[in-house]
Design a protein around this ligand. Structure first.
Ligand SMILES: [Zn+2]
Length: 180
């Protein structure tokens, strides 16, 4: 059983969705930040010819976002066969945005919507309608409403909590942190 209606989108829609998702990931900054923290410093291989221009475009989008007051310094492009097929940039500071979706957003998309600070979500078919055609997203929402120890996936809350708090202290102690 599939678990996300995102994959039911036609090609163009899927590209646009994943561009948005990449943007949302960049917007969240969480994955990028934690990946950077987890990766030990090491020599990077030289970029292959032509790839630099993709990162230049991502950087251009990031800088545009900052300069226009749309959000933080994060941009992303998605490429296929050497061509850019999707662009995204951090726009968490945009106000007054609404989204119209044909199906109820899955938990991942809803999370991206929260991070994007969308004001209003309009969706057509319901979670029940979605489940009826074989895309079971509803159980995730049901799971979220339960205590940690009652969920389908085992979750250990406050596991070695002191280590997490140590990382938080590094954040709260940093005077020039960018709050978002
Ligand atoms: Zn989704």
């Amino acid at each position: 059983m599939k678990h996300c209606t995102c994959n039911s989108l036609p090609d163009a829609g899927r590209r646009s969705f994943f561009a948005s998702a990449a943007s949302a990931v960049a917007a969240a900054g969480v994955i990028a930040t934690s990946a950077m923290a987890a990766e030990p410093a090491r020599a990077q291989p030289a970029p292959l010819g032509g790839q630099r221009k993709f990162m230049e475009e991502a950087a251009r989008l990031a800088i545009e976002s900052v300069e226009k007051g749309w959000g933080g310094p994060f941009g992303a492009v998605i490429t296929r066969d050497g061509e850019i097929i999707g662009r995204g940039q951090n726009r968490v500071l945009l106000k007054g945005c609404e989204i119209y979706i044909t199906g109820a957003p899955c938990a991942m998309c809803m999370s991206a919507i929260y991070w994007s600070r969308i004001d209003h979500v309009y969706f057509a078919s319901t979670l029940t309608d979605t489940s009826a055609i074989g895309f079971d997203d509803a159980y995730q929402y049901e799971d979220f409403a339960k205590p940690w120890d009652k969920r389908r996936i085992a979750v250990s809350e406050a596991f070695e909590r002191d280590l997490g708090l140590k990382a938080f202290k590094a954040w709260t102690d940093k005077k020039d942190r960018h709050q978002y």
